[in-house]
Design a protein around this ligand. Structure first.
Ligand code: EPU
Length: 340
């Protein structure tokens, strides 16, 4: 555990976009008791970070930053069908997925290699290759930062949606996630509908191993998503916009090749396609740009500053709105809080 009280600490190494903004202090905790003591001493006004891979720090912060380093992975119960695993919120997500695959616990293999921590996963209900974390989420232990009481919430309490949950909305400024319990399957449960998996695994293949799915997802991610350690980024910069059928029909008439997916009764439009078609793939604005292989990902080409990030995403929002009539919502959480 470390505690620094100097007046301005750089957050550059605490966010995967590597924006060099500051906070008055940083407090890293690896146990709930340490967190409680710190709250008693310094109050409940702080910003909580995990891996910093889904946040955009667009200015200096005037409150302390708390970093969750609570570790531990343990099987808490098990039956013929399922295993329940409780994982410290500060564990690395990708390591946990590897652990699940190594033990043949099914459910998370499509979520391989997503940067960030276990505690951050349910906040934005991380999703990739046809699976969202809500499908394996069982419960979480939270600390109320005002009363310092611990509570347990279940999946039903969390209002999960596409890149949404109560952790991101009503609960944002109240609860700290301490651990998450996952329900994983002991029997094979392959999810292979997403393009890139469906066309790779043929329908007549009798046995598809969990390791093969994991490897394929790793391959697909590595082939188009930049590694944040080499080219700093926060993954998808915008959400894929969801439109209702009449709007979709109009769009499809005007743009027959528009990339889209059915989403319940509605349709998800691929924001990456819109940005790409609008001419932004591979384009830069000073220190930042949209990635050459995946236009949905903004990257820091070195020394990125908040003004460049803001200018680039606002220009893209403007262009896409003008050309397609669709507003692109920024996906990562922005601090200090801004309306976008
Ligand atoms: N596309 C383009 N040009 C581009 C990028 C994409 O034409 O520059 C087209 C693709 O050809 C494809 C469609 O857009 O037809 C969708 O692209 P892709 O399958 O790469 O997925 P995505 O919608 O861009 C979403 C998630 C990703 C996740 C992938 C794979 C969101 C906001 N993003 O991206 O999640 O890895 O699906 O499942 O839902 C993240 O959240 O950080 C993230 C990377």
């Amino acid at each position: 555990m470390t505690n620094s009280n100097s007046p301005k600490i750089s957050l550059k190494t605490y966010n995967s976009f590597q924006l060099d903004v500051s906070a008055p202090c940083i407090f890293e905790f690896d146990h709930v008791d340490a967190l409680k003591r710190q709250i008693e001493k310094n109050g409940s006004d702080f910003i909580l970070l995990g891996g910093g891979s889904n946040v955009l720090l667009l200015g200096d912060l005037d409150v302390p930053v708390f970093i969750n380093r609570i570790k531990g992975t343990r099987v808490t119960s098990s039956d013929d069908k399922n295993v329940y695993i409780t994982v410290g919120a500060g564990e690395n997500w990708s390591d946990f997925v590897e652990y699940s695959v190594a033990n043949n616990f099914w459910g998370l293999e499509n979520l391989a290699l997503i940067p960030g921590t276990v505690g951050a996963a349910p906040v934005q209900n991380i999703g990739a290759y046809g699976v969202e974390v809500e499908s394996c989420f069982f419960s979480a232990t939270l600390l109320d930062r005002y009363s310092c009481q611990e509570i347990i919430v279940t999946k039903q309490d969390c209002n999960f949606g596409y890149r949404e949950s109560r952790f991101k909305s009503q609960w944002k400024d109240q609860y700290v996630i301490l651990d998450v319990t996952f329900q994983l399957s002991r029997t094979a449960k392959p999810t292979l509908e997403y393009p890139g998996l469906k066309d790779f695994f043929s329908a007549d293949q009798p046995i598809i191993s969990q390791r093969a799915i994991f490897d394929r997802v790793c391959f697909l991610r590595n082939s188009k998503l930049p590694d944040p350690r080499r080219l700093p980024n926060v993954g998808s910069f915008f959400k894929n916009p969801v439109v209702q059928k009449p709007t979709f029909v109009e769009l499809k008439e005007k743009f027959p090749n528009i990339a889209s997916f059915a989403f319940g009764d509605d349709f998800k439009i691929a924001a990456g396609w819109l940005i790409d078609q609008a001419g932004w793939r591979g384009k830069c604005l000073n220190t930042v740009g949209m990635h050459e292989h995946q236009a949905l990902v903004m990257v820091n080409h070195g020394g990125a500053v908040p003004n460049d990030v803001r200018a680039l995403y606002e220009e893209i929002q403007h262009d896409v709105l003008k050309q397609y009539g669709i507003f692109l919502e920024v996906e990562p959480t922005i601090f200090p809080t801004l309306k976008v």
